[in-house]
Design a protein around this ligand. Sequence first.
Ligand code: 5GP
Length: 118
Amino acid sequence: MSEDTIFHRILRREIPADIVYEDDDVFAFRDIAPQAPVHVLFVPKASVRTLDEAKAGHAELIGKLALAAADYARKEGFADDGYRVVINCNDNGGQTVFQLHLHLLAGAPLGRFGTPRA
Ligand code: 5GP
């Protein structure tokens, strides 16, 4: 990955993280500030800053990101109970790390979302 964010540094093992999944295209680790009992971030290894900047050529990669999260949920045993996946984009979406990532939230019934920021 040519750009540098905290997630690139986690991928390079320059800073510690609880990495729970990795393949050729995607890696996943536990969020440092979990918003649910299970909160895992799925990140492409290729640099893509935001969903807005994703191109048609990234379609397979984004599909892999979603399927990696779904596979993880099934393997960890919480797929039937359910979970939520979220991609925040740019400022109003609440994106703070500018490397595309998918949040997987699970482990409890989740409240509604999408309310304006205070
Ligand atoms: P965003 O707000 O960009 O959608 O999500 C970024 C997420 O990255 C946040 O939920 C935040 O807690 C998480 N995060 C930021 N820095 C670190 C870090 O150094 N380690 C881990 N594991 N998560 C981080």
